[in-house]
Design a protein around this ligand. Structure first.
Ligand code: NAD
Length: 296
């Protein structure tokens, strides 16, 4: 089967590499980053010069892009996927975007007889590499069923949530919690260190206690305590996800005071120039304010 993959970034690269491992998949790739495309090409993928060219040769097309504006520009326009696509194809958008944008793209695809499903993921770069992502899928049941074999090459837990955009809505809720938890872990660890506690000891004990969370477990051990903030989930991207939560909440008249505060913590980190670092780097904001260092 010919599979096209657009967005060879922190997540997209290991996901595309997992598809390459399957003897059943012929992989076509596109990214504006020529180096990322060249790396995949050296491993056996066929490079394409535009989304349009990629759509012309692919039965299933996957996007793993930073945000909805980029997904929309990849879909539309003279060199877009829709210009090169044809009836019977399926486009799977695995980026984290607004459900409203997905519904708009799904309608455009549908008009050409192309199935469009939203399938955002959780599990980070580690899950993308291991092929163990959790995938939250929205779209028509038959279209979702047809691409199960491809999704199973990328993730372990695949949930069909409902119609178009429901996968995105679930991902927004998940990442609202991730952002809140990460901001809370940063300030709590700083308080602990200022109280004289060892960060490693805090991690070991809280991991087994009621304050535990994914943000504490995965981000403290793998990033904060290693003083290494590359190759994870960028602060810019989590800020975008918190913005999606705030926009959704506004449209549904739901107050999100805790989420709004978490978003401001990420805004502080962005303002400090930490936008491309992993979300755990928000701790640097509190370290600077309080003049303590949790990192080794
Ligand atoms: P990234 O910034 O590392 O990668 C994005 C890729 O898209 C880059 O290779 C970039 O060159 C490419 N790109 C940008 N504009 C493009 C365009 N116009 N055409 C083609 N390619 C283009 O981001 P990432 O961390 O891989 O995240 C991708 C998506 O997955 C985001 O929506 C993010 O919110 C979501 N996500 C990320 C993680 C994580 O842990 N990193 C986890 C779950 C979900």
């Amino acid at each position: 089967m010919n599979v096209g993959f657009i967005g060879i970034g922190a997540m997209g690269k290991p996901m595309a590499q997992n598809l390459l491992k399957s003897a059943k998949v012929q992989l076509y790739v596109y990214d504006i980053n020529a180096a990322a495309v060249a790396e995949l090409a050296a491993q056996g993928a066929t490079p394409c010069r535009s989304p349009r060219e990629l759509a012309a040769v692919s039965a299933v097309i996957i996007m793993m892009l930073p945000n909805a504006a980029i997904v929309e520009s990849t879909m539309t326009g003279e060199q877009g996927l829709l210009a090169g696509g044809k009836a019977g194809q399926t486009i799977i958008d695995m980026s984290s975007v607004a459900a409203t944008s997905t519904q708009k793209m799904a309608a455009l695809a549908q008009a050409k007889g192309i199935d469009y499903i939203d399938a955002p993921v959780s599990g980070g770069v580690a899950g993308a590499t291991a092929g163990t992502l959790t995938i939250m899928v929205g779209g028509e049941a038959a279209a979702v069923e047809a691409v199960q074999p491809v999704l199973q090459m990328l993730g372990k837990k695949i949930y069909h949530v409902g119609g178009s955009g429901t996968g995105d809505s679930l991902k927004v809720v998940n990442n609202l919690l991730l952002g809140i938890n990460m901001a809370a872990v940063a300030e709590a660890l700083v308080l602990g260190v200022k109280s004289g506690l060892d960060p490693q000891v805090m991690l070991e004990i809280i991991k087994e206690s009621s304050g535990r969370s994914y943000a504490l477990e995965a981000k403290t051990a793998n990033f904060i305590l290693k003083n290494s903030f590359g190759g994870g989930f960028a602060i810019d991207l989590e800020y975008k996800d918190l913005e999606l939560a705030m926009e959704t909440a506004k449209s549904l008249d739901v107050p999100l005071p805790v989420g709004a505060t978490a978003q401001q913590v990420f805004a502080m980190a962005k303002a400090k120039g930490l936008g491309r670092e992993d979300i755990s780097a928000v701790i640097k904001v509190w370290e600077e304010l309080t003049r303590v260092q949790v990192r080794k």
